[in-house]
Design a protein around this ligand. Sequence first.
Ligand code: SF4
Length: 356
Amino acid sequence: MRWSSLGGEGADDGPGALFGTDVVTRTLDTPEFRGVTFHEVRAKSIVNRVPGASRMPFEWTVNPYRGCTHACVYCFARKTHSYLDLDTGLGFDSQIVVKVNAPEALRRELAAPRWRGEHIAMGTNVDCYQRAEGRYRLMPGIITALRDRANPFSILTKGTLILRDLELLREAAAVTDVGVSVSVGFLDRELWHTVEPGTPSPGRRLDAVRTLTGHGIACGVLMAPVIPFLGDSPEQLRATVRAVAASGATSVTPLALHLRPGAREWFTAWLARHHPHLVRRYETMYAGGSYAPKWYQRRIIRQVHEYAAEFGIGPAGPGEHRRVSGTRGSEAPEAEAAPPQAPPQAPPQATQLTLL
Ligand code: SF4
């Protein structure tokens, strides 16, 4: 397979700039990966500059995969699959691009004289601890490269597979600034089954938070997405915050669902199948664009902060949102940052994240 004419990952990548031209395609028949196709590529570079970085809490990202078997219906990164002429629906969930040389490419780029040791965010486009990582094991080499250069980094994930690399994370945290954030938007198991079908359950994710913090790795929870009308009742929000606090998370940062082009169509089709009575309400809610109205976002943030105070857990502190939490979708050209929001009664740092 040749991929020479396909588009790159970031704004600076022209067609064909991201990968070499040779792609090895593998379709596995193991139960874990049935129906999944891997496209193994050699990335020309692995450290990406975030377009419009001034609006982001970080400037550099590393993403060893494209596409995500976690298959969240609302995933904003779906659109990025279209740059590879891949389907943004089921194709995003099952056609996974693997940058098999990511560790060696990173090691090379970190050693380059022009690299200044800046913070690198991971899990910003798709999940670096998705199931494919169990097979390809790219993250140990990536973390080792960062550890060896004492280069600060953060990871945002829904994947409990991160626990495999606990010791490496501890070693890195001993020499540099390491932040980990796990995304848990709700606890509802039926909602989880249908809207995040490839992910570990919210309970397992919170168990991972507990293990990470128990081993000295500070771990925040990005409470995202809060899904309107399905996961946003006061009882649901309170139960989620209570569970997050009980997990030992260092912070909880709420974020309402947003629906960018690519994700919006896929999510709307899902909504029509599972909750047809809500389609009209969503059309109204998101009539103004990709983001829920400000009043709604403020309401969610206010409520979560009230519950957080009740259960003794705070929002991400200054700088922590960069260190502990991340922003998905920042490196794709179309994935503009969320407009900064400044809801009253909410520390501003709680609103500077964009999404998972
Ligand atoms: S939201 Fe995150 S975990 Fe879910 S499919 Fe997208 S990248 Fe994967």
